[in-house]
Design a protein around this ligand. Structure first.
Ligand SMILES: CC(=O)SCCNC(=O)CCNC(=O)[C@H](O)C(C)(C)COP(=O)(O)OP(=O)(O)OC[C@H]1O[C@@H](n2cnc3c(N)ncnc32)[C@H](O)[C@@H]1OP(=O)(O)O
Ligand SMILES: CC(C)C(=O)C(=O)O
Length: 476
């Protein structure tokens, strides 16, 4: 996971809570001892505001050239009342005492350039004036200079109100914090109300310079803010986020393997289904727009219902359109075009999409490429084995249909309503024919080496489907 974060381009990475367990301690030590931390990556560790734990945490960084030590204590009214049974003054004293230890450890460590970060944990549920009082007390002690790297990290430990209110509180802190021009103002949103991303964006607009979050929003309860979503939101607006999500699916696989949790299929930007359309009118619009974009050879991405080009995150177009019973002709034709190189005439698209919809209403689910082909073949291709067209009939549909009517002994004339011939990439031809037999009309389809044979076979299939006998096998 650490290597992945580095590869993605993260320049600050929290690597552990060394005092919490031997595992965290060993992980941090391993990275340091293997010299596995690139020189342009700043790593961070965290500790509660207890002297022994801060000392232990800072000691774990021995041998590292630079790092961030975050210390934190809860400040909310409910934590003061129920967990610490302490008034404001005692909570502020606890913060200042911890800040003193952190400062001392910065000097003790010597060889490690230590950045200090203070978080009034549960800031989101702390009275703003008290959060400010505690932060300023810590800053007074730390006395940030222009050369120091001092941070105040304001967490929505529990997201407790709408994002604009979080933004308001951040702006208020931004305006009132001491030494504001010498410190970095960071935020740490969680996602309890499902608005962690919006809260982070509001906070940045309100003056925050740094956001702490996780890949895909993993984290306590509803998770931390998702950094992939935040970065991709910027990217989609033309702002380079400094992170490389060119193979987002790989990042997702690594994150899933490391955490044992799955990224939901509709997770913004990264889920399996987020560049896939099932809705008929969306499919129609995407299909038309993609084709016009191709014709224009445009370098700009401006396609309805697709906020970015899926190639940007390493996805293919192939999975863009999937057909279920909410899909229409546009989607069905897209699959026929991309899957089989067939561009169906509009009225055949309508006919086929009704068949597909009827199938899906009965069976549920969606059509695969193979199933679509089976439905198409059953509906439009002759079940008999191909036979040759009448000599010298050419590809005139009226002449061919007259020959067919004669061969089948039909009492009714066969009328060609529409005929389309397409050249296939393979060099062969294919034909879509719409034929009326008395009051019945049906489509037929065939491919053949020559144009005239394709027309003949498609007409024969259409006549057969319109209710006549299987005439493809009988020689006219
Ligand atoms: C907001 C966040 O999510 S920050 C991430 C939180 N992460 C974790 O809690 C995981 C790592 N934590 C741990 O492994 C443990 O809680 C430890 C090692 C830090 C402490 O373990 P223990 O000493 O057994 O304490 P335990 O966790 O049971 O209780 C916490 C104690 O610290 C106090 N405390 C809790 N948070 C803090 C804090 N930030 N600063 C100072 N004291 C704190 C509590 O009041 C409680 O005090 P008490 O022992 O007098 O009742
Ligand atoms: C320590 C702080 C930043 C934290 O993790 C939280 O409040 O969620």
């Amino acid at each position: 996971m650490f290597e992945l974060l580095v590869e993605l381009g993260f320049k600050e990475i929290e690597i552990g809570f060394p005092c919490s367990s031997a595992t965290d301690w060993a992980f941090v030590r391993d990275l340091i001892e293997r010299d596995a931390i690139p020189s342009d990556v700043l790593v961070q560790v965290m500790s509660p505001m207890r002297t022994d734990l801060i000392e232990q945490t800072a000691t774990c960084l021995k041998g590292l050239s630079r790092g961030v030590l975050q210390v934190f204590n809860p400040t909310s009214a409910v934590q003061r009342r129920d967990v610490f049974e302490a008034d404001r003054q005692r909570i502020k004293d606890l913060a200042v005492a911890g800040a003193e230890t952190a400062l001392r450890m910065r000097d003790v460590l010597g060889g490690t350039k230590l950045s200090l970060q203070y978080a009034p944990e549960s800031f989101s549920q702390t009275e703003p004036d008290f959060a400010l009082e505690v932060c300023n007390a810590v800053l007074e002690l730390w006395q940030p200079s222009a050369d120091d790297d001092i941070r105040v990290n304001l967490p929505a430990t529990v997201e407790a109100y709408p994002p604009m209110e979080f933004g308001d509180r951040i702006e208020w802190m931004h305006r009132h914090l001491a030494y504001r021009d010498r410190i970095t103002l960071s935020v740490h949103p969680h996602n309890d109300r499902g608005t962690g991303v919006a809260a982070a964006e509001m906070a940045v607009l309100a003056g925050a310079q740094r956001v702490e979050g996780t890949l895909f929003g993993n984290g306590e309860r509803s998770g931390n803010v998702c950094l992939v979503t935040l970065a991709m939101n910027l990217f989609s607006q033309g702002v380079v986020p400094g992170l490389d999500f060119g193979d987002l699916d790989r990042a997702r696989r690594v994150a899933e393997a490391c955490t044992g949790m799955t990224v939901p299929p509709r997770h913004p930007w990264a889920g399996d289904l987020v560049y896939t359309s099932f809705a008929g009118s969306h499919q129609d619009a995407i299909s038309k727009s993609l084709r016009k974009r191709e014709q224009r050879s445009s370098q700009w991405w401006d396609v309805p219902y697709l906020p970015i080009d899926p190639h940007d995150i390493g996805r293919e177009y192939s999975a863009l359109i999937r057909v279920n019973n909410q899909s229409g002709k546009g989607g069905v034709n897209y699959l026929m075009r991309t899957g089989f190189g067939l561009d169906l005439p509009r009225r055949l698209q309508i006919d086929l999409s009704k068949l597909v919809q009827a199938y899906l209403d009965e069976h549920g689910g969606e059509v695969s490429r193979d199933l679509l082909w089976t439905i198409f073949q059953d509906a439009y291709c002759t079940s008999g084995s191909p036979t040759s067209a009448p000599m010298a009939a050419g590809d005139d549909p009226d002449v061919l249909l007259a020959a067919l009517a004669q061969a089948t002994g039909s009492r009714f004339p066969y009328e060609c309503l529409e005929l389309t011939v397409q050249d296939m990439a393979s060099g062969s031809s294919c034909c879509f024919a719409h034929v009326a037999v008395a009051e019945h009309a049906a489509w037929g389809f065939a491919t053949a080496q020559t144009r005239s044979l394709a027309v003949w076979l498609a007409l024969a299939a259409a006549v057969e489907k319109a209710g006549s006998t299987n005439i493809a096998t009988s020689s006219p």
